[in-house]
Design a protein around this ligand. Structure first.
Ligand SMILES: [Zn+2]
Ligand SMILES: [Zn+2]
Ligand SMILES: [Zn+2]
Length: 606
């Protein structure tokens, strides 16, 4: 090798027309002060070799780039000018430590090939490597435990703290999406969809600056498989159509649907009552005597607007008795009694109109109410006077049924058609001034009637029938209630009442229902769209009817991303059936049956 380089040097020199003699023994290397008193070449007239550097390692010396003149035998760290042949990295005999380009061994080992023992959530792992230069040196580091309880709740990725971790990193696939100290990270829509729909795994690991630790090359891996569905957000909204009444239980909030303007916010001492059908096509309040003093069952209805201004008013309602309410007593007191009062932020007493009886204290004994019956309603009138307006003119009409014995569900009264009339100069008006409305419990919010008309909520504030599905029915068959939708148009639509507090929360949701078809139903598809105030909340497409049949129920399931909406005030889950031939409504077998709707938010991992 060396000889060849020399020959090349000679050839190069000859090519330049210069005749020189090269000292073959040492290529000019190793001398600095000149060999045997050779004078340094004139500036710019050196002839020799140019060598690139070699990095020193932990145990081996290296060299810097240098120029070696074969004429004057001098060495240079910068090109002194002349004719030098590039020789690449220096590969000759080891340079003496006194050589100008000599670089001493670093003593610093290089570790790049680690053998990793993975940690678990309970035990730390380790990483061991031997020096890349084969010097025999090795290192061993610990690896932090992997985070436990990695999960996605709503749209938030969270995990448990790891002993020794100073911060955490989260990855979507190989892309780092989080690096900070908190134990949670809110996923973007794109990130959550990539995880839930595209199946890109999420990995979370702890990080420490502790020199004794090696960063986990992986971490706790969360996959989209096996999510846990939460409670059916429609559970309170009769999504299975089974309920024919709404039970109002103490919940200490005015905001919870489907209570509408009815609440039993009674400080936890209350019993419960119902919005229920008392017969064909009439819904009323059923107030059972299920709690006795100091608890009680108090019906509370919001009374607002024109009924909350300064002035005198008459409350009208209809009452019907149960057998027990007319016959049971405690042997020492009176029969079952109704009492009540108005309340805004203060108490307003009521009197029984025309009698002066204090309805707050004495009340009315049910069996003594004029015309009281178990088969027909009779009317009761109460008076109250407001001397100041409350905030938002909001008042609550409170009506308590005191049983005086016979505690239980069988001892109840029915109340219906609550209205408020203004009394001016002793004359009782005929216009209901209660802006809260819903005093008759029908239609808009509570009606349980089975004849579904257009654009009204039915079945316990569950289902809104659109124009296109007018004539649909709730069917009771073999102890199961379900919805029958006639498909007389190309697109037939109805709505489910959305659970606003729950659907405000972002996340991946599962929507499912059971479906069965009439014998002439033309297969199409179904869109599910969430309409809220201000726009569309979510949009799930794509159910096909290939498996729907006329004999047995099929369960349809779809998943969608809900971005959440903090300012949502209502949500209609709009279900649009694409029926492709639009046959006439006279075809009695062109229908779809629906039952057991379910809308659940998914949790992953944990
Ligand atoms: Zn020279
Ligand atoms: Zn080494
Ligand atoms: Zn009614």
């Amino acid at each position: 090798m060396k000889k060849k380089k020399i020959l090349l040097t000679i050839v190069a020199s000859l090519a330049l027309g210069i005749s020189i003699v090269v000292p073959a023994a040492h290529n000019g290397i190793g001398s600095r002060a000149g060999g045997g008193g050779v004078a340094e070449c004139e500036s710019g007239h050196h002839h020799g070799n140019h060598y690139l550097g070699n990095a020193p390692t932990c145990v081996e010396a290296g060299n810097a780039e240098f120029w070696a003149c074969c004429t004057c035998l001098r060495q240079y760290l910068t090109n002194p000018g002349g004719t030098f042949v590039d020789q690449g990295a220096y590969a000759g005999d080891a340079l003496a430590s006194t050589h100008i380009a000599y670089l001493a061994p670093t003593g610093v080992h290089s570790y790049t090939n680690y053998v990793v023992t993975n940690p678990t959530t309970d035990t730390e792992g380790s990483a061991t490597a031997e020096c890349d230069h084969g010097c025999g040196a090795s290192v061993t580091y610990s690896i932090l435990r992997r985070p436990a309880n990695v999960k996605i709740t709503e749209n938030v990725l969270s995990w448990n703290a790891v002993t020794g971790a100073e911060s955490y990193k989260a990855f979507l696939g190989s892309t780092e999406i989080y690096a900070s100290t908190a134990l949670y990270y809110t996923l973007s829509e794109a990130q959550l969809k990539a995880f839930a729909f595209d199946g890109t795994n999420i990995t979370v690991r702890g990080v420490t600056s502790n020199a004794g630790y090696y960063e986990d090359p992986s971490g706790t891996v969360l996959t989209k498989s096996g999510p846990t569905p939460g409670a059916n957000t429609g559970a309170d909204f009769n999504y299975d159509f089974e309920r024919t009444s709404i039970k109002l239980e103490a919940n200490n909030t005015f905001s919870r649907f489907p209570y509408g303007n009815y609440s039993d916010k009674n400080g936890g001492v209350g019993g419960w009552y119902y919005i229920a059908q008392d017969g064909a096509n009439n819904t009323a309040l059923k107030i059972p005597a299920v709690v006795w003093w100091p608890g009680n069952t108090t019906m509370k209805k919001a009374v607002t607007g024109g009924a909350g201004e300064i002035g005198e008013y008459e409350i009208s309602f209809d009452i019907k008795a149960s057998e027990a309410s007319l016959t049971l007593n405690n042997g020492g007191g009176g029969y079952g009694t109704i009492k009540g009062y108005m309340w805004d932020t203060g108490f307003h007493g009521l009197t029984v109109a025309g009698t002066g009886i204090n309805f707050s204290d004495a009340g009315l004994v049910v069996k003594d109410i004029s015309g009281i019956s178990t088969t027909a309603y009779t009317n009761v009138r109460l008076r109250y006077t407001l001397t100041a307006e409350s905030v938002d003119k909001f008042n609550t009409f409170n009506l308590t049924y005191w049983p005086e014995g016979g505690i239980g569900e069988d001892n109840y009264i029915w109340v219906d058609n609550i209205q408020v009339f203004k009394v001016v100069d002793g004359i009782v008006g005929t216009t209901n001034v209660d802006s809260a409305g819903q005093g008759d419990l029908e239609g808009e919010d509570f009606g349980f009637t089975d004849n579904l008309a257009n654009n009204r909520w039915y079945n316990g504030r569950t289902i809104l029938i659109e124009e296109s599905s007018t004539g649909s029915e709730i069917i009771t068959e073999a102890n199961n209630r379900f919805l029958k939708v006639y498909c007389k148009n190309n697109n037939v639509a109805f709505d489910l009442f959305g659970n606003v507090p729950e659907m405000k929360k972002a996340g991946i949701y599962k929507f499912s229902f059971k479906i069965k078809a009439g014998t002439t139903y033309q297969k199409g598809g179904i869109d599910v769209i969430g309409f809220k105030n201000g726009g569309t909340l979510f949009n799930w497409f794509g159910m096909s009817f290939d498996e729907v049949n006329t004999e047995t129920w099929t369960t349809a399931t779809g998943y969608f991303y809900n971005p959440g909406s903090s300012d949502m005030t209502y949500l209609n889950v709009f279900i649009n059936i694409n029926n492709n031939d639009g046959r006439a409504s006279s075809d009695p077998n062109n229908y779809l049956l629906f039952d057991d709707f379910s809308l659940q938010r998914l949790t992953y991992g944990g």
